[in-house]
Design a protein around this ligand. Structure first.
Ligand code: KIV
Ligand code: NA
Length: 275
């Protein structure tokens, strides 16, 4: 399994780091077999797996439940699990307890938290407790109602300056990596140069140390709206709908199941059954 040190070395060697979300056993297995460096059990699961319209309803128990399945599917991949909405804001104690559960019960190798203001002391406390933390800045979906929508962050000089300062604070607090979501590529590059920890971009251009995407977006598995920063490499939903339609048609026409899908009783058993 690649570790924190490997990700630091990859940054030093300018070798891109690949990260992808996974939420269950089969997706984790596929992601590991395909050679992804790091898995994210994102709270995006609230939207793409559970059907909520934001990440806000997701709970710590949801994250643990899905992390366990992912770890069973990808035993050799570094797994980062999102701390969900309001699970690291009430107090340091509450944050430590929630993160510890995600590590101990879920089996995560690190946790991810959004934002810097009020959060960097939590990053420090978790790190002190032996819990590696990935930071997440730029568009932070748990704060969608404060930000006023899903939009690019850090476009003007003042906002960009604040993001740079926040990124430095996250690193100083002990973060092992930084996810940058929906920021101008020039700003992402600047932060990538300034930090010694790897930056992992999503909608942050071509020059971050790594890239992350949502599994359902990448494979086209029924995620509906596709943001500008996504590249869809397949259309899995089309394949599954076509397979399922065929199944429906074959059951209706009695062409499935066939003889080869059926079990038989021995002749004498059948005989004694009917006397
Ligand atoms: O929840 C998630 O999938 C994420 C990524 C988009 C970075 O946080
Ligand atoms: Na997330």
């Amino acid at each position: 399994m690649k570790t924190r040190q490997d990700f630091m070395k990859m940054k030093e060697k300018n070798e891109p780091i690949t990260m992808l979300t996974a939420y269950d056993f089969p997706s984790a297995k596929q992601v590991e077999i395909a050679g992804v460096d790091m898995i994210l059990v994102g709270d995006s699961l609230g939207m793409v797996v559970l059907g909520y319209d934001s990440t806000i309803p997701v709970t710590v128990n949801d994250m643990i439940h899905h992390t366990k399945a992912v770890k069973r599917g990808a035993k050799d991949t570094f797994v980062v699990t999102d701390m969900p909405f309001m699970s690291y804001h009430l107090s340091k104690d509450e944050s430590l307890k929630n993160a510890a559960r995600i590590m101990q019960e879920g089996g995560a190798d690190a946790v991810k938290v959004e934002g810097a203001d009020g959060v960097t002391p939590i990053i420090e406390a978790l790190t002190f407790g032996g819990i590696p933390v990935v930071a997440h800045l730029g568009l932070t979906p748990q704060s969608v109602n404060v930000l006023g929508g899903y939009r690019v962050q850090g476009k003007d000089a003042e906002a960009a300056r604040k993001l740079i300062e926040d990124a430095k604070k996250c690193q100083a607090a002990g973060a092992i990596a930084l996810v940058l979501e929906c920021v101008p590529q020039q700003l992402a590059l600047e932060i990538t140069r300034l930090l010694s920890i790897p930056t992992i971009g999503i909608g942050a251009g071509r020059q971050t140390d790594g890239q992350v995407l949502v599994y359902h977006d990448l494979v086209g598995y029924g995620s509906g709206y596709v943001p500008k920063f996504v590249k869809q490499y397949a259309s899995i939903a089309e394949t599954t709908i076509s397979a399922i339609s065929q199944y429906v048609a074959e059951v209706k026409s009695r062409s499935f199941p066939e003889e080869k899908h059926s079990f038989n009783m021995k002749e004498e058993e059948l005989h004694s059954l009917y006397g």
